[in-house]
Design a protein around this ligand. Structure first.
Ligand SMILES: Nc1ncnc2c1ncn2[C@@H]1O[C@H](COP(=O)(O)OP(=O)(O)O)[C@@H](O)[C@H]1O
Ligand SMILES: Cc1ncc(COP(=O)(O)OP(=O)(O)O)c(N)n1
Length: 275
């Protein structure tokens, strides 16, 4: 007989949609948590029929089902950090915002999934309004991509200076810090993100990784930030560590399907198995 070693590890919760292709959404979040040695819990908001070429269908869960999942997790297991991904409709967004306040959800990372990095809108206009009014003011860190930042700042973003101006403008919506992500920018700006927390305006820069297999970068980044907050890092350190994780995952991106494959979340295993 052998006895288990009981481990105590930080816990993170993702409130997000399922990606049947496994590259983004809940699937990407849970893998990212695992590779940070953080126990991942989840509240599913919707089920997408999706692959490397696009989204074929989306089915939402009832808002009450989302609330029940959140309560089941936080009232028994407890969480140190929480992220939101695709929340899809105003009912789910309002329900999540209410739970965030009532249950005092800690370290809330809001990835305002509205528009894909290729520019196609993923949620309805009313849902965008609900995100802006109900959830974004509660965010610890808000992580819009280029197109989401354009909507939230009502400005064109095509240069580093316009990313910086947008980050400062979006900050006024009430999040404690904003990270405008550059994956949808042209050329060398693809590896550049802009941070603003009311004091520090920082440019986080990595060299652009030349790959078309970038599916799930945004989910992976926000999940890695959440994991690092759950581990006790401060906000800016959590973001820097997360950016490093997503950059490595891009270096090991997976050529799967006919379209844009996912980033390689398990690159540490691939690295350790190389001669
Ligand atoms: N080709 C790339 N090379 C380096 N970093 C990238 C590249 N594409 C995306 N990133 C990084 O991935 C993260 C997610 O950004 P982005 O792709 O813009 O988000 P989203 O998936 O939400 O559209 C950011 O840190 C961004 O800088
Ligand atoms: C279910 C689901 N959630 C989120 C996304 C968007 O993924 P993201 O990583 O933000 O964006 P891309 O880099 O894949 O554009 C999704 N597609 N599905």
């Amino acid at each position: 007989m052998s006895v288990s070693n009981y481990l105590t590890v930080p816990v993170a919760l993702t409130i997000a949609g399922s990606d049947s292709g496994g590259g983004a959404g809940i699937q990407a979040d849970l893998r990212t948590f695992a590779f940070h040695k953080v126990h991942g819990t989840s509240a599913l908001t919707c089920v997408t029929a999706q692959n490397t070429q696009g989204v074929d269908r989306v089915d939402a869960l009832p808002a009450a089902a989302v609330i029940a999942q959140i309560l089941a997790v936080v009232r028994d297991i407890g969480v140190q950090a929480v992220k939101t991904g695709m929340l899809l409709n105003p009912e789910i967004i309002a329900a999540v915002a209410e739970q965030a306040m009532e249950e005092h959800l800690p370290n809330l990372v809001v990835d305002p999934v509205m528009v894909s990095r290729t520019g196609s809108q993923l949620i309805a206009d009313e849902a965008i309004l609900a995100l802006r009014e109900c959830l974004i003011p509660l965010a610890t860190i808000l992580t819009p991509n280029r197109y989401e930042a354009q909507i939230l700042s009502a400005s064109e973003i095509d240069t580093l200076e316009s990313m910086q101006a947008a980050a400062q403008r979006i900050f006024t919506l009430g999040a404690r810090a904003v990270l405008v992500k550059g994956g949808g920018m042209p050329g060398e700006l693809r590896g550049v993100d802009v941070w603003f927390d009311g004091n520090r305006l920082e440019v986080l820069k990595t060299a652009t990784v030349e790959t078309i297999h970038t599916h799930g970068t945004g989910c992976t980044l926000s999940a890695a930030i959440t994991a690092n907050l759950a581990l006790g890092h401060d906000m800016f350190t959590a973001v820097k560590l997360a950016k490093s994780y997503v950059t490595s995952a891009l270096h090991y991106s997976l050529q799967l399907g006919q379209g844009q494959g996912p980033v390689g979340h398990f690159f540490p295993l691939l690295e350790s198995s190389q001669p």
